[in-house]
Design a protein around this ligand. Structure first.
Ligand SMILES: C[C@@](CO)(OP(=O)(O)O)[C@H](O)COP(=O)(O)OP(=O)(O)OC[C@H]1O[C@@H](n2ccc(N)nc2=O)[C@H](O)[C@@H]1O
Ligand SMILES: Nc1ncnc2c1ncn2[C@@H]1O[C@H](COP(=O)(O)OP(=O)(O)O)[C@@H](O)[C@H]1O
Length: 282
């Protein structure tokens, strides 16, 4: 059976405000999820054996914990389909870096298999399944650059300026849970309206404590700020810089000190996955 490849794009949090905390300990957030044209790819070979397998493992992640495998199992169980699949993962995105690779892989697997297995769940049913896999899975099923609230699950789509991003990884790992349980994390940022969003009037509330705990993130941020406005995404560790043209972004990437790595991506309104799904269903 031939492999059909599906886009699994990255996201950036252009800002991240923590506006409160729910009783279950989760934080109320406001953020803009910016979809990028760059990411991983998930290859799907369907079969009628009912078996689900990964064609290759990801280092450090047990196969049964891999979000691609878990997403496929969840859809199969929920829809009671007798179909199976062999799933390939072409990784480009740094893991646990705040660009949402794992969540995006889960979203792509759910959406791609729902099309290829013809299980016919609608978008809100897929989002409900996605929520069970992680807080950032729903936005990748939604597939548009959007202003998000709640735990990142209430969406108001917005149009952001045409931007080329340099996304850089400081090669340190930041634990999302450790940041959200930190006593000194600001948790009372006033709520803003999606209509009044601007990059310059917002911040990432996690950035200061991540920089304190992980000096390498602070160092990378300082280095990038010489060239363009820059900010951390999510709970880190990646930092992005905002450029109006690709040539300047590429020039800066070429100068990136060798202890760090990075990639260039164009901000997009509609994710490459959503575009592909529309074409597939025509
Ligand atoms: C805050 C964001 C913004 O994009 O950070 P990044 O992961 O992208 O860096 C995400 O929503 C994160 O999503 P995700 O990484 O999937 O979080 P989960 O696995 O659901 O939660 C990890 C841990 O973070 C804490 N957590 C997460 C989200 C939230 N709104 N409040 C929290 O307090 C919880 O303690 C939870 O145990
Ligand atoms: N297919 C996958 N790709 C990436 N990470 C995965 C995958 N499956 C499980 N994980 C686990 O999920 C964690 C978070 O992944 P990721 O979405 O890349 O982080 P972030 O939300 O910080 O961008 C990883 O550190 C890894 O342990």
């Amino acid at each position: 059976m031939a492999v059909t490849w599906w886009a699994s794009p990255a996201k950036l949090n252009l800002f991240l405000h923590i506006t409160g905390r729910y009783e279950d300990g989760y934080h109320a957030l406001q953020t803009v999820f910016q979809m990028l044209d760059y990411g991983d790819e998930i290859g799907v070979e369907t079969s009628d054996t009912g078996e689900i397998s990964l064609a290759q493992s990801i280092s450090g992640v047990a196969d049964h914990e891999n979000l691609v495998y878990r997403a496929a199992k969840l859809l199969q169980t929920e829809t009671r389909t007798t179909e199976g699949a062999k799933l390939h993962i072409h990784k480009r995105l740094p893991m646990g870096g705040g660009v949402g690779g794992g969540s995006s892989n889960a979203a792509t697997t759910l959406c791609a298999l729902n099309s290829m297995w013809r299980t016919a769940l609608n978008q809100s049913e897929l989002i409900e399944l996605g929520q069970q896999l992680g807080a950032d899975v729903p936005v990748f099923i939604h597939g548009r650059t959007t202003f998000a609230e709640g735990t990142g699950d209430k969406f108001t789509d917005i149009t952001t300026p045409d931007t080329v991003f340099l996304v850089a990884h400081p090669n340190v790992h930041v634990s999302t849970q450790a940041i959200f349980t930190a006593a000194d994390l600001p948790r009372k940022t006033p709520v803003i309206s999606s209509q009044h969003y601007s990059f310059n009037a917002t911040q990432n509330d996690c950035q200061e404590i991540v920089c304190k705990r992980h000096p390498e993130v602070a160092k990378l941020l300082q280095w990038l700020l010489q060239f363009a406005p820059s900010r951390m995404t999510g709970t880190g560790a990646c930092v992005f810089s905002v450029f109006s043209d690709r040539i300047s972004a590429e020039k800066t990437l070429k100068q990136l000190p060798s202890q760090w790595s990075g990639f260039i991506a164009q901000g997009v309104h509609t994710s490459p996955l959503l575009k592909q799904l529309k074409q597939y269903s025509i």
